[in-house]
Design a protein around this ligand. Structure first.
Ligand SMILES: [Zn+2]
Length: 411
Protein backbone atom coordinates (compact mmCIF):
# COMPACT_ATOMS: atom_id res chain seq x y z
CA UNK A 1 0.00 0.00 0.00
CA UNK A 2 2.69 2.48 1.01
CA UNK A 3 4.53 2.19 -2.30
CA UNK A 4 1.46 3.06 -4.37
CA UNK A 5 1.84 6.56 -5.83
CA UNK A 6 -0.46 9.46 -4.93
CA UNK A 7 -2.52 11.02 -7.68
CA UNK A 8 -2.27 14.78 -8.27
CA UNK A 9 -5.61 16.32 -7.28
CA UNK A 10 -4.59 19.75 -8.59
CA UNK A 11 -3.68 18.42 -12.01
CA UNK A 12 -6.97 16.51 -12.21
CA UNK A 13 -8.94 19.62 -11.24
CA UNK A 14 -7.03 21.77 -13.73
CA UNK A 15 -7.88 19.31 -16.51
CA UNK A 16 -11.52 19.35 -15.41
CA UNK A 17 -11.54 23.17 -15.45
CA UNK A 18 -10.02 23.19 -18.93
CA UNK A 19 -12.65 20.77 -20.23
CA UNK A 20 -15.39 22.84 -18.54
CA UNK A 21 -14.49 25.55 -21.04
CA UNK A 22 -15.22 23.34 -24.05
CA UNK A 23 -18.92 23.63 -24.83
CA UNK A 24 -19.52 25.87 -21.80
CA UNK A 25 -23.01 27.33 -21.37
CA UNK A 26 -23.83 30.74 -19.86
CA UNK A 27 -25.50 28.94 -16.94
CA UNK A 28 -22.27 27.23 -15.87
CA UNK A 29 -22.96 23.92 -17.58
CA UNK A 30 -21.95 22.09 -20.73
CA UNK A 31 -23.53 21.62 -24.13
CA UNK A 32 -21.32 19.03 -25.81
CA UNK A 33 -23.41 16.74 -28.01
CA UNK A 34 -21.73 13.61 -29.36
CA UNK A 35 -19.07 14.41 -31.97
CA UNK A 36 -20.28 17.99 -32.40
CA UNK A 37 -17.62 20.69 -32.61
CA UNK A 38 -17.09 20.93 -28.84
CA UNK A 39 -16.94 17.17 -28.35
CA UNK A 40 -14.36 16.81 -31.12
CA UNK A 41 -12.34 19.60 -29.51
CA UNK A 42 -12.45 17.66 -26.21
CA UNK A 43 -11.14 14.59 -28.03
CA UNK A 44 -8.37 16.69 -29.57
CA UNK A 45 -7.34 17.93 -26.14
CA UNK A 46 -7.18 14.37 -24.78
CA UNK A 47 -5.17 13.35 -27.83
CA UNK A 48 -2.66 16.14 -27.17
CA UNK A 49 -2.24 15.16 -23.52
CA UNK A 50 -1.65 11.53 -24.45
CA UNK A 51 0.81 12.47 -27.21
CA UNK A 52 2.74 14.70 -24.83
CA UNK A 53 3.40 11.57 -22.77
CA UNK A 54 4.36 9.51 -25.80
CA UNK A 55 1.29 7.31 -25.53
CA UNK A 56 -0.65 5.84 -28.41
CA UNK A 57 -4.03 7.16 -29.53
CA UNK A 58 -6.40 4.75 -31.25
CA UNK A 59 -9.81 5.16 -32.85
CA UNK A 60 -12.23 2.40 -33.75
CA UNK A 61 -14.87 2.36 -36.48
CA UNK A 62 -17.67 3.77 -34.30
CA UNK A 63 -15.63 6.67 -32.93
CA UNK A 64 -14.48 5.28 -29.59
CA UNK A 65 -11.05 6.59 -28.63
CA UNK A 66 -8.33 4.90 -26.59
CA UNK A 67 -5.28 6.54 -25.00
CA UNK A 68 -2.78 3.75 -24.54
CA UNK A 69 0.35 3.36 -22.47
CA UNK A 70 2.04 0.19 -23.64
CA UNK A 71 2.87 -2.63 -21.29
CA UNK A 72 5.85 -4.97 -21.26
CA UNK A 73 3.90 -7.86 -22.77
CA UNK A 74 2.21 -6.79 -26.03
CA UNK A 75 0.20 -10.02 -26.18
CA UNK A 76 -1.81 -9.10 -23.07
CA UNK A 77 -5.17 -7.32 -23.26
CA UNK A 78 -5.34 -3.78 -21.79
CA UNK A 79 -6.45 -2.85 -18.29
CA UNK A 80 -8.68 0.10 -18.98
CA UNK A 81 -10.71 2.87 -17.39
CA UNK A 82 -12.84 5.62 -18.86
CA UNK A 83 -16.27 6.99 -19.63
CA UNK A 84 -17.61 9.53 -22.15
CA UNK A 85 -17.04 13.16 -23.14
CA UNK A 86 -20.44 13.90 -24.71
CA UNK A 87 -23.26 15.52 -22.75
CA UNK A 88 -27.00 16.00 -22.79
CA UNK A 89 -28.16 19.41 -24.11
CA UNK A 90 -27.44 22.21 -21.59
CA UNK A 91 -26.19 19.67 -19.07
CA UNK A 92 -23.56 19.32 -16.35
CA UNK A 93 -19.77 19.38 -16.37
CA UNK A 94 -19.07 16.07 -14.63
CA UNK A 95 -21.35 13.46 -16.21
CA UNK A 96 -18.94 11.41 -18.32
CA UNK A 97 -16.01 13.82 -18.45
CA UNK A 98 -15.08 13.25 -14.82
CA UNK A 99 -14.68 9.50 -15.46
CA UNK A 100 -12.44 10.14 -18.46
CA UNK A 101 -10.23 12.60 -16.57
CA UNK A 102 -10.02 10.39 -13.46
CA UNK A 103 -8.77 7.57 -15.70
CA UNK A 104 -6.29 9.93 -17.37
CA UNK A 105 -5.03 11.09 -13.98
CA UNK A 106 -4.56 7.46 -12.91
CA UNK A 107 -2.47 6.74 -16.01
CA UNK A 108 -0.43 9.93 -15.61
CA UNK A 109 0.26 9.03 -11.98
CA UNK A 110 1.46 5.57 -12.99
CA UNK A 111 3.56 7.14 -15.74
CA UNK A 112 5.12 9.71 -13.41
CA UNK A 113 6.01 6.97 -10.94
CA UNK A 114 7.79 5.12 -13.76
CA UNK A 115 5.85 1.96 -13.03
CA UNK A 116 6.25 -0.62 -15.74
CA UNK A 117 3.11 -2.67 -16.25
CA UNK A 118 2.86 -6.04 -17.98
CA UNK A 119 -0.50 -5.16 -19.47
CA UNK A 120 -1.05 -2.05 -21.56
CA UNK A 121 -3.15 0.48 -19.61
CA UNK A 122 -5.71 2.64 -21.34
CA UNK A 123 -8.17 5.48 -21.06
CA UNK A 124 -11.32 4.60 -23.02
CA UNK A 125 -13.62 7.36 -24.32
CA UNK A 126 -16.92 5.83 -25.45
CA UNK A 127 -18.71 7.66 -28.23
CA UNK A 128 -22.28 8.94 -27.92
CA UNK A 129 -23.16 7.68 -24.46
CA UNK A 130 -25.95 10.20 -23.96
CA UNK A 131 -27.94 9.79 -27.15
CA UNK A 132 -29.85 13.07 -27.61
CA UNK A 133 -28.22 13.74 -31.00
CA UNK A 134 -27.97 10.15 -32.25
CA UNK A 135 -30.13 7.26 -31.04
CA UNK A 136 -29.51 4.90 -29.30
CA UNK A 137 -27.59 6.00 -26.23
CA UNK A 138 -24.42 4.05 -25.30
CA UNK A 139 -23.89 3.66 -29.04
CA UNK A 140 -20.10 3.46 -28.91
CA UNK A 141 -19.81 0.88 -26.16
CA UNK A 142 -22.73 -1.19 -27.45
CA UNK A 143 -21.24 -1.32 -30.95
CA UNK A 144 -17.79 -2.12 -29.60
CA UNK A 145 -19.27 -4.98 -27.58
CA UNK A 146 -21.26 -6.30 -30.54
CA UNK A 147 -24.65 -5.44 -29.05
CA UNK A 148 -25.40 -3.06 -31.93
CA UNK A 149 -24.52 -3.52 -35.62
CA UNK A 150 -21.83 -1.13 -36.91
CA UNK A 151 -23.44 -0.35 -40.29
CA UNK A 152 -26.78 0.48 -38.74
CA UNK A 153 -25.17 2.76 -36.12
CA UNK A 154 -23.04 4.60 -38.71
CA UNK A 155 -26.23 5.28 -40.66
CA UNK A 156 -27.95 6.87 -37.63
CA UNK A 157 -28.92 10.48 -38.41
CA UNK A 158 -29.14 13.52 -36.19
CA UNK A 159 -32.13 15.90 -36.57
CA UNK A 160 -30.25 17.77 -39.35
CA UNK A 161 -29.67 14.60 -41.36
CA UNK A 162 -25.97 14.33 -40.49
CA UNK A 163 -24.97 10.68 -40.07
CA UNK A 164 -22.84 9.18 -37.33
CA UNK A 165 -20.61 7.91 -40.15
CA UNK A 166 -19.86 11.50 -41.19
CA UNK A 167 -19.13 12.48 -37.60
CA UNK A 168 -16.73 9.58 -37.12
CA UNK A 169 -14.98 10.72 -40.33
CA UNK A 170 -14.78 14.25 -38.85
CA UNK A 171 -13.19 12.85 -35.70
CA UNK A 172 -10.69 10.86 -37.72
CA UNK A 173 -9.84 14.00 -39.74
CA UNK A 174 -9.29 15.94 -36.49
CA UNK A 175 -6.90 13.22 -35.27
CA UNK A 176 -5.01 12.22 -38.42
CA UNK A 177 -2.25 10.44 -36.50
CA UNK A 178 -4.58 8.16 -34.53
CA UNK A 179 -4.05 4.45 -35.01
CA UNK A 180 -6.82 1.95 -35.57
CA UNK A 181 -8.50 -0.23 -32.98
CA UNK A 182 -10.61 -3.25 -33.87
CA UNK A 183 -14.09 -3.41 -32.41
CA UNK A 184 -14.59 -6.10 -29.81
CA UNK A 185 -10.99 -6.39 -28.60
CA UNK A 186 -11.25 -7.75 -25.06
CA UNK A 187 -10.11 -6.09 -21.84
CA UNK A 188 -8.21 -7.62 -18.94
CA UNK A 189 -10.44 -5.35 -16.87
CA UNK A 190 -12.47 -2.15 -17.26
CA UNK A 191 -13.39 0.37 -14.55
CA UNK A 192 -15.73 3.31 -15.08
CA UNK A 193 -15.93 6.18 -12.60
CA UNK A 194 -19.07 8.32 -12.73
CA UNK A 195 -21.02 10.76 -10.60
CA UNK A 196 -23.83 8.92 -8.84
CA UNK A 197 -26.65 11.10 -10.26
CA UNK A 198 -28.56 10.19 -7.11
CA UNK A 199 -28.56 11.10 -3.42
CA UNK A 200 -27.43 7.88 -1.74
CA UNK A 201 -23.72 8.61 -1.22
CA UNK A 202 -24.42 12.17 -0.12
CA UNK A 203 -27.07 10.92 2.28
CA UNK A 204 -24.70 8.46 3.96
CA UNK A 205 -21.72 10.81 3.86
CA UNK A 206 -19.68 8.38 1.76
CA UNK A 207 -17.12 9.31 -0.88
CA UNK A 208 -16.86 6.14 -2.94
CA UNK A 209 -19.72 3.99 -4.14
CA UNK A 210 -18.75 0.45 -5.15
CA UNK A 211 -21.32 -0.20 -7.85
CA UNK A 212 -22.75 -3.69 -7.58
CA UNK A 213 -24.71 -3.68 -10.83
CA UNK A 214 -27.17 -1.85 -13.02
CA UNK A 215 -30.88 -2.14 -13.08
CA UNK A 216 -32.50 -3.29 -16.27
CA UNK A 217 -35.51 -1.86 -17.99
CA UNK A 218 -38.43 -2.82 -20.21
CA UNK A 219 -40.09 -0.25 -22.44
CA UNK A 220 -43.52 -0.67 -24.00
CA UNK A 221 -45.60 1.26 -26.50
CA UNK A 222 -49.34 0.94 -25.88
CA UNK A 223 -51.68 1.85 -28.70
CA UNK A 224 -55.38 2.18 -27.92
CA UNK A 225 -57.70 2.43 -30.90
CA UNK A 226 -61.33 3.53 -30.71
CA UNK A 227 -63.19 5.72 -33.15
CA UNK A 228 -63.04 9.46 -33.87
CA UNK A 229 -66.47 11.02 -33.35
CA UNK A 230 -68.22 14.39 -33.01
CA UNK A 231 -67.97 15.56 -29.41
CA UNK A 232 -71.28 17.39 -29.58
CA UNK A 233 -73.49 14.78 -31.18
CA UNK A 234 -72.13 11.43 -30.00
CA UNK A 235 -73.77 10.02 -26.84
CA UNK A 236 -71.82 7.94 -24.35
CA UNK A 237 -73.38 4.71 -25.53
CA UNK A 238 -71.95 5.21 -29.02
CA UNK A 239 -68.50 6.42 -28.10
CA UNK A 240 -65.34 4.38 -28.43
CA UNK A 241 -63.19 6.91 -26.62
CA UNK A 242 -59.53 5.85 -26.68
CA UNK A 243 -58.60 8.46 -24.06
CA UNK A 244 -61.05 7.06 -21.50
CA UNK A 245 -59.73 3.53 -21.99
CA UNK A 246 -56.09 4.65 -21.95
CA UNK A 247 -56.40 6.69 -18.74
CA UNK A 248 -58.00 3.71 -17.00
CA UNK A 249 -55.13 1.52 -18.15
CA UNK A 250 -52.60 4.10 -16.99
CA UNK A 251 -54.09 4.32 -13.50
CA UNK A 252 -54.45 0.54 -13.18
CA UNK A 253 -50.83 0.05 -14.24
CA UNK A 254 -49.63 2.66 -11.75
CA UNK A 255 -51.53 0.92 -8.95
CA UNK A 256 -50.29 -2.51 -10.02
CA UNK A 257 -46.63 -1.56 -9.71
CA UNK A 258 -46.76 0.27 -6.38
CA UNK A 259 -44.36 -1.85 -4.30
CA UNK A 260 -43.87 -1.43 -0.60
CA UNK A 261 -40.11 -0.88 -0.86
CA UNK A 262 -40.37 1.74 -3.66
CA UNK A 263 -37.90 -0.23 -5.78
CA UNK A 264 -39.88 -0.54 -8.99
CA UNK A 265 -39.57 2.51 -11.24
CA UNK A 266 -42.72 2.84 -13.36
CA UNK A 267 -43.07 5.82 -15.71
CA UNK A 268 -45.49 6.85 -18.42
CA UNK A 269 -43.41 9.51 -20.13
CA UNK A 270 -45.33 10.05 -23.33
CA UNK A 271 -49.09 10.18 -23.81
CA UNK A 272 -50.47 11.24 -27.17
CA UNK A 273 -54.17 11.86 -27.75
CA UNK A 274 -55.16 11.75 -31.41
CA UNK A 275 -56.32 13.28 -33.64
CA UNK A 276 -56.07 16.06 -31.05
CA UNK A 277 -59.10 18.11 -31.99
CA UNK A 278 -60.89 19.95 -29.17
CA UNK A 279 -64.26 18.84 -30.50
CA UNK A 280 -63.31 15.30 -31.48
CA UNK A 281 -63.78 12.22 -29.33
CA UNK A 282 -60.26 10.78 -29.65
CA UNK A 283 -60.05 7.58 -31.66
CA UNK A 284 -56.44 6.87 -30.84
CA UNK A 285 -54.06 7.15 -27.90
CA UNK A 286 -50.43 6.09 -27.87
CA UNK A 287 -48.49 6.00 -24.61
CA UNK A 288 -45.16 4.63 -23.45
CA UNK A 289 -44.18 2.68 -20.35
CA UNK A 290 -40.67 2.60 -18.88
CA UNK A 291 -40.21 0.01 -16.10
CA UNK A 292 -36.98 -0.52 -14.17
CA UNK A 293 -36.04 -2.85 -11.37
CA UNK A 294 -32.69 -4.18 -10.10
CA UNK A 295 -33.93 -7.77 -10.11
CA UNK A 296 -34.21 -9.30 -13.57
CA UNK A 297 -36.72 -11.85 -12.24
CA UNK A 298 -39.01 -9.18 -10.80
CA UNK A 299 -38.72 -7.08 -13.94
CA UNK A 300 -39.61 -10.08 -16.09
CA UNK A 301 -42.57 -11.12 -13.95
CA UNK A 302 -44.00 -7.62 -13.45
CA UNK A 303 -43.42 -6.53 -17.03
CA UNK A 304 -45.33 -9.55 -18.24
CA UNK A 305 -48.43 -8.22 -16.47
CA UNK A 306 -48.65 -5.11 -18.66
CA UNK A 307 -50.49 -6.73 -21.58
CA UNK A 308 -53.12 -8.35 -19.35
CA UNK A 309 -53.86 -5.15 -17.44
CA UNK A 310 -54.27 -3.18 -20.66
CA UNK A 311 -56.54 -5.82 -22.25
CA UNK A 312 -58.76 -5.97 -19.15
CA UNK A 313 -59.52 -2.27 -19.45
CA UNK A 314 -59.85 -1.81 -23.19
CA UNK A 315 -63.65 -1.73 -23.15
CA UNK A 316 -64.97 -1.21 -26.68
CA UNK A 317 -61.53 -0.15 -27.95
CA UNK A 318 -58.70 -2.25 -29.28
CA UNK A 319 -55.30 -2.28 -27.64
CA UNK A 320 -51.90 -3.41 -28.82
CA UNK A 321 -48.83 -3.51 -26.58
CA UNK A 322 -45.36 -3.60 -28.13
CA UNK A 323 -42.20 -4.06 -26.10
CA UNK A 324 -39.59 -2.07 -28.00
CA UNK A 325 -36.53 -2.18 -25.74
CA UNK A 326 -35.54 -4.69 -23.10
CA UNK A 327 -32.36 -4.73 -21.10
CA UNK A 328 -31.82 -7.21 -18.29
CA UNK A 329 -30.45 -6.10 -14.95
CA UNK A 330 -26.77 -6.95 -14.59
CA UNK A 331 -24.22 -7.45 -11.82
CA UNK A 332 -20.51 -6.68 -11.91
CA UNK A 333 -18.22 -9.57 -10.92
CA UNK A 334 -17.55 -9.76 -7.19
CA UNK A 335 -13.82 -9.86 -7.84
CA UNK A 336 -13.94 -6.33 -9.28
CA UNK A 337 -16.26 -5.02 -6.59
CA UNK A 338 -13.99 -6.40 -3.88
CA UNK A 339 -10.88 -4.84 -5.44
CA UNK A 340 -12.48 -1.40 -5.68
CA UNK A 341 -13.80 -1.68 -2.14
CA UNK A 342 -10.43 -2.78 -0.75
CA UNK A 343 -8.60 0.05 -2.55
CA UNK A 344 -11.06 2.65 -1.24
CA UNK A 345 -10.85 1.28 2.30
CA UNK A 346 -7.04 1.13 2.22
CA UNK A 347 -6.98 4.84 1.32
CA UNK A 348 -9.42 5.67 4.10
CA UNK A 349 -12.25 6.77 1.79
CA UNK A 350 -15.64 6.09 3.39
CA UNK A 351 -17.40 3.76 0.96
CA UNK A 352 -20.47 1.67 0.45
CA UNK A 353 -21.97 -0.68 -2.06
CA UNK A 354 -24.55 0.89 -4.30
CA UNK A 355 -26.77 -0.14 -7.17
CA UNK A 356 -26.79 1.96 -10.36
CA UNK A 357 -30.26 3.15 -11.26
CA UNK A 358 -29.00 4.59 -14.56
CA UNK A 359 -27.31 2.80 -17.42
CA UNK A 360 -23.64 3.32 -18.29
CA UNK A 361 -21.09 2.13 -20.85
CA UNK A 362 -19.67 -0.41 -18.39
CA UNK A 363 -22.87 -2.43 -18.88
CA UNK A 364 -21.81 -3.31 -22.45
CA UNK A 365 -18.07 -3.46 -21.84
CA UNK A 366 -18.64 -6.06 -19.13
CA UNK A 367 -19.22 -8.52 -21.98
CA UNK A 368 -15.57 -8.17 -22.98
CA UNK A 369 -13.89 -8.57 -19.62
CA UNK A 370 -14.43 -8.12 -15.90
CA UNK A 371 -15.88 -4.65 -15.36
CA UNK A 372 -16.61 -2.51 -12.35
CA UNK A 373 -17.84 0.98 -11.54
CA UNK A 374 -17.05 3.66 -8.98
CA UNK A 375 -19.56 6.35 -8.03
CA UNK A 376 -18.79 9.63 -6.30
CA UNK A 377 -21.41 11.97 -4.81
CA UNK A 378 -22.90 14.71 -6.91
CA UNK A 379 -24.55 17.62 -5.17
CA UNK A 380 -28.18 16.87 -4.26
CA UNK A 381 -28.22 14.15 -6.91
CA UNK A 382 -28.72 16.80 -9.59
CA UNK A 383 -27.53 15.67 -13.02
CA UNK A 384 -28.38 16.25 -16.69
CA UNK A 385 -28.63 19.84 -15.49
CA UNK A 386 -26.27 22.84 -15.64
CA UNK A 387 -26.20 22.91 -11.83
CA UNK A 388 -24.57 19.45 -11.66
CA UNK A 389 -21.65 19.61 -9.25
CA UNK A 390 -18.96 17.40 -7.65
CA UNK A 391 -16.05 18.30 -5.38
CA UNK A 392 -12.36 18.30 -6.18
CA UNK A 393 -11.71 15.95 -3.24
CA UNK A 394 -14.27 13.38 -4.35
CA UNK A 395 -13.03 13.43 -7.95
CA UNK A 396 -9.49 12.92 -6.64
CA UNK A 397 -10.59 10.01 -4.44
CA UNK A 398 -12.00 8.18 -7.45
CA UNK A 399 -8.85 8.81 -9.51
CA UNK A 400 -6.78 7.42 -6.64
CA UNK A 401 -8.86 4.25 -6.40
CA UNK A 402 -8.61 3.77 -10.17
CA UNK A 403 -4.83 4.22 -10.07
CA UNK A 404 -4.45 1.71 -7.22
CA UNK A 405 -6.67 -0.90 -8.88
CA UNK A 406 -5.05 -0.41 -12.31
CA UNK A 407 -1.61 -0.99 -10.80
CA UNK A 408 -2.83 -4.11 -9.00
CA UNK A 409 -4.29 -5.53 -12.20
CA UNK A 410 -1.74 -4.41 -14.76
CA UNK A 411 1.63 -4.90 -13.10
ZN1 LIG B 1 -22.75 9.59 -18.10
Amino acid sequence: MTNLPEIDANRLWARQTEMDGIGATPGGGIHRLALGEADIEAHRRLNDWARARGWGVLLDDIGNMFLRREGADPSLPPVSSGSHTDSQPMAGRFDGMFGVLAALEALETIDDAGIETRHPIEVAIWNNEEGPRFTPACMGSATYAGVQALEKMLAAEDPDGVTMGQCVADLRAALPDAGRRELGEPFAAFIEAHIEQGITLEGYGNVIGVVTGMQGYRRFRVEVTGQDAHSGTTPRSRRRDAFVAATQMAEALRQAFLDETDTMRFTIGRFEVLPGGISVVPGRVVFTIDMRHPSSETLAAEGDRVVGICKDLKGDCEVSVTEFITSASMEFPEEMRARIEAAATARGFPNQRIYSAASHDARHISRLGPAGMIFIPCWEGISHNEAESATKEDCAAAAQVIADVLIELAV
